[in-house]
Design a binder for this molecule. Structure first.
Ligand code: PGU
Length: 456
């Protein structure tokens, strides 16, 4: 069959081919217009009718991703001194990627057990879902004991956020999401693509290089009742500035008063302070108040499982019945998107968190990663303070937490860092300290001072 079809296509006259292409184009055009893209879509393709005209002519070139695109540019640079401080990925002092020892041990165990590769259920690996919720809320948290949490394993932090966004779009079509200004750039893409409207609340104050707490509260108060408020559970990306425990309480007061729904993005549990519990305390504060909320979790950073795409979406509900229905609908949304999540990373997490020895070792390795990042932060601050003859106060760097430092460099200054100094970073002035070594701090300090004072 296949060969006869090919043969007849091969023998068709150019005129017949053109006619066929026209029909195909028209049919496909209808399909695209009527069935697949009902709403407005800026990237809609006009179907080409002539053979020698591409159907993809109207597809514009997308710009490189502001974060992941930096790694691509870094790879293309041949300089010896180049430094990749763009993506938030932990490197060793030798600037090499790091696979945690506990991950290797868990993988060895998995290999020995000869586990199969069959599909997971739509909601993911049961053992993973159990431990991930316990790690986040605390195993003895009543919301877990009472079955009030809907947990679904999803495609790391990003996929979990995207699944929740689809849920919001379906069940809260009138609601808006409030995002911090600034926030992780992909948040906007995620809610845009899910067609969930968003606006911003004030967060960063450039005058103090700190939190604009009053502005934040004012904007959350001013938003329409019942909005989703996206909060970074710890180690705010990109600023590295977190509210204090007292401030979290006040944020919770306003959210409660306005009947808003908190939506935590927890991508750095354990990586901010080195302690899993301390880094989960913001989420636990809100849960203790009996609020309904969403939490997206990621194991990219704390277990170094970046490419395994392992994470979860948790929805804390008022009643166990709600949790059952919410979970069923999250599964309903996941099924046509990606069917079911990957098993490998889920087994690693389940083995590490579920085994007391490995769990203990993980905590030590996490402290080591967080500790190395803190040491680099300290060294960079010292180098900047020593070298800067103007007496500028660089101590804001020490007040920031997590993988990143928000340097305050503007776009042109950040570009100078890359073009002149081969320091790759995002254009908002963010640098990943987790990708920096102690021995490169001095070079980086020179680059920052040059960019800060010589470029406006
Ligand atoms: N949420 C926040 C706040 C993040 O910073 C990141 C990762 C994620 C979610 C998603 O991480 P997953 O790998 O999907 O679990 N941000 C890093 C990594 C690069 C990126 O942009 O995806 C960053 O450098 O900002």
């Amino acid at each position: 069959m296949a060969s006869s079809t090919m043969l007849s296509a091969g023998l068709a006259s150019p005129a017949a081919l053109r006619e066929n292409t026209k029909k195909l184009g028209a049919a496909a055009g209808r399909r695209v217009g009527e069935f697949f893209l009902n709403g407005k879509c800026s990237g809609r393709v006009k179907m080409a009718v002539a053979v020698n005209v591409s159907r993809f002519e109207d597809v514009t070139l997308a710009p490189p991703d502001p974060i992941l695109g930096v790694s691509e540019a870094f790879k293309a640079d041949t300089s010896d001194v180049k430094l990749n401080l763009g993506v938030g990925a932990y490197r060793t002092e030798e600037l090499q990627p790091y696979v945690l020892n506990v991950v290797k041990k868990a993988e060895k165990l998995m290999l020995e057990r000869g586990e199969n590769k069959e599909y997971l259920p739509i909601e993911g690996l049961a053992a993973f879902n159990k431990v991930t919720a316990e790690l986040l809320f605390g195993a003895d948290n009543p919301v877990i004991q009472l079955g009030r949490v809907a947990t679904v394993q999803s495609l790391s932090g990003t996929g979990s956020l995207r699944l929740a966004a689809a849920f919001i779009q379906r069940y809260f079509p009138e609601a808006k999401v409030l995002l911090s200004s600034p926030t992780w750039g992909n948040h906007k893409n995620i809610f845009n693509d899910a067609r969930v409207p968003w606006s911003e609340y004030r967060y960063y104050d450039p005058r103090t290089v700190g939190l604009d707490f009053e502005g934040m509260l004012e904007d959350i108060k001013a938003a329409q009742d019942g909005s989703f408020v996206l909060l970074h559970g710890c180690a705010h990306n990109p600023t590295g500035i977190d509210p204090t425990p007292e401030q979290w309480e006040k944020i919770a007061d306003v959210i409660e008063e306005k009947n808003h729904i908190p939506f935590f993005d927890v991508a750095y549990q354990g990586f901010a302070s080195g302690s899993l519990d301390v880094d989960a305390s913001s989420v636990r504060t809100f849960v203790a108040r009996g609020l309904e909320l969403f939490v997206a979790q990621s194991y990219s950073k704390n277990l170094g499982l970046y490419a395994e795409r392992i994470g979860a979406i948790n929805v804390v509900c008022s009643f166990p019945d709600d949790a059952t229905r919410v979970k069923s609908q999250l599964k309903r949304l996941a099924r046509p998107m990606y069917s079911n999540p990957p098993v490998h990373g889920a087994r690693i997490v389940a083995n590490v968190v579920g085994d007391p020895t490995l769990f203990g070792e993980w905590k030590q390795e996490m402290e080591l990663m967080a500790g190395r990042t803190k040491n680099v932060r300290q060294r960079l601050f010292e180098n900047l303070s020593e070298k800067d003859e103007s007496g500028k106060d660089w101590s804001f760097i020490l007040k920031q937490i997590g993988m990143f430092s928000y340097t305050g460099l503007n776009k042109a200054q950040s570009e100078n860092m890359t073009n002149k100094w081969h320091v790759y970073m995002t254009k908002d002035g963010r640098i990943s300290l987790a990708g920096l070594s102690l021995s490169k701090c001095e070079y980086l300090a020179d680059a920052i001072i040059d960019s800060f004072y010589n470029v406006s």
